[in-house]
Write a protein that binds this ligand. Structure first.
Ligand code: FAD
Length: 430
């Protein structure tokens, strides 16, 4: 069966090579014209998709864990969920984690993912001490912070080689709970104020009602928090429900999104509320429903995630949210986050500012709407996140990523451009 990404679009036939040992990977590489690494397919678009795929997930042994200093070494196919299952009870947590724990360590490095604490801890690469990678010529090398290969690979979307193992540092915790505060706001101005007033806290994320209109544009529920300190480390992964089949595509329309958004916002108490919640509820609420991507129907969906520099964030978001609200194309998920300083990696997504991520069902007229949003993003000096993308043009991509020429040159000099390609890298000509 062909592998697909989380957005279930596009679907193309592919041949999978399951990585289990480096010798056979070496011979696969020398005999295969062109391929792309694939972790657990939690990227939304076509960055892990090609006709030939190296499936890294089966390469998933733990190699070493130092319980005293929290340094973990593992193969790149290990899932973040598997790490949590073994380290939380010992008082450790991931320094940086995205909104799903069902991704591989290799995928976390290749997308240089970020979490709800980017303004404090930066991207995943901050906690990577070193990794080993097989380059397209079959050579395996160890790469450390500061190396050019490190800057190209973290955020490099699998286009420099196959990451094999990684040594990462974890964060000490003393509870499986997070002290969460929820703040309900009425518009974008209040939302920004709430983010800024709480930026000393390590974690923050807002759910925005993207169908709200006029003076309510940008109203949100902002969740902020930090780990509790109660010594309770009895963490057990939550059992999950699953969506058994693709919903018919008419099931999700503007009305159902409006109703969901209304209920979600209305059920939260006004003003500020506090509660203690578990790791899974706070960091990974969507993982509670297996295959939730099927609610978008068999044609699939995409996530549009952009970031704007801080000085332009308010104006740009106001304009983009107005456009979306007028289009009537709703999104259940519209997530706003605050970001800290940009790192040195050539293609890492975050810059200092605010980012919004929105899910849209693939349907007629959608890509035209997203093209208009791209223009606004560029006008305000922003960029699009490659790991979510499936349709951005070469021109829009290049505008957003001024270090792309360095990355291209690095690939050319190291003979990476021919062997390592995804549908996305061909589209934007990385
Ligand atoms: C519900 C949900 C929430 C999410 N929340 C966030 C979030 O908060 N922040 C965020 O940053 N991202 C988020 N993501 C995106 C996700 O974290 C990234 O797309 C991540 O890279 C997926 O990892 P994966 O192992 O599934 O890799 P895949 O999706 O299979 O691949 C992603 C990229 O990594 C490359 N790659 C994978 N393994 C290797 C390897 N071993 N060597 C070299 N290259 C490799 C692929 O070629 C591809 O370019 C979310 C995704 C979902 C579904």
């Amino acid at each position: 069966m062909s592998l697909i990404s989380w957005g279930m679009y596009p679907k193309i036939k592919n041949q999978k090579f399951s990585l289990r040992d480096v010798t056979s990977l070496n011979s696969y590489m020398s005999n295969t014209y062109e391929f792309i690494p694939f972790g657990n397919g939690r990227s939304y678009g076509d960055s892990a998709i090609n006709e030939n795929i190296v499936h890294v997930k089966p390469y998933n042994n733990f190699l070493d864990f130092n319980e005293k200093n929290g340094i973990l070494t593992c193969q790149a196919g290990v899932l973040l969920s598997e790490i949590l299952d073994s380290v939380v009870k010992r008082g450790w947590f991931l320094k940086v984690t995205p909104g799903t724990k069902l991704i591989t360590v290799g995928g976390a490095i290749a997308s240089d993912v970020h979490g709800k604490n980017h303004h404090i801890e930066g991207c995943f690469s901050e906690c990577v001490k070193e990794f080993t990678i097989m380059l397209p010529d079959g050579e395996t090398t160890t790469c450390k912070k500061g190396d050019e290969l490190f800057k190209a690979t973290c955020g490099g979307m699998g286009l420099t080689g196959v990451i094999l193992t990684a040594k990462i540092s974890l964060k000490k915790i003393n509870s499986q709970f997070i002290k969460q505060t929820t703040i309900k706001t009425k518009n974008l101005k209040e939302t920004f104020e709430a983010f800024e007033n709480n930026k000393e806290l390590p974690y923050s994320v807002a759910w925005i009602d993207c169908l709200a209109k006029d003076e309510n544009i940008g109203k949100c529920l902002l969740m902020v928090g930090d780990f509790a300190d109660d010594g309770d480390l009895e963490y057990k992964s939550k059992k999950k429900l699953s969506i058994p089949f693709n919903f018919p595509s008419f099931a999700l329309n503007t009305l159902s999104v409006k109703a969901f958004n209304w209920l979600y916002y209305a059920k939260a108490p006004n003003g500020i509320s506090k509660q203690k919640v578990g790791i899974d509820s706070f960091f990974y609420p969507l993982d509670a429903i297996g295959n939730w991507n099927r609610i978008y129907g068999k044609n699939g969906f995409t996530q549009y995630q952009f970031i704007l520099p801080k000085e332009n964030s308010y104006e740009g978001l106001q304009e983009i949210l107005t456009k979306i609200s007028n289009s009537g194309k709703g999104s259940f998920l519209a997530v706003l986050k605050l970001y800290g300083k940009e790192n040195d990696n050539y293609l890492s997504f975050p810059i200092e500012g605010y980012s919004l991520a929105l899910d849209f069902k693939i349907e007629e007229g959608l890509f035209e709407l997203l093209d208009t949003l791209d223009e606004i993003v560029l006008k305000y000096g922003g960029r699009i996140y490659l790991t979510k993308d499936v349709r951005v043009s070469k021109e829009t991509f290049e505008h957003g990523y001024p270090r792309i020429e360095k990355f291209r040159e690095f690939r050319r000099e190291n003979n990476m451009s021919e062997k390592l390609q995804s549908l996305q890298s061909k589209r934007v000509q990385i």
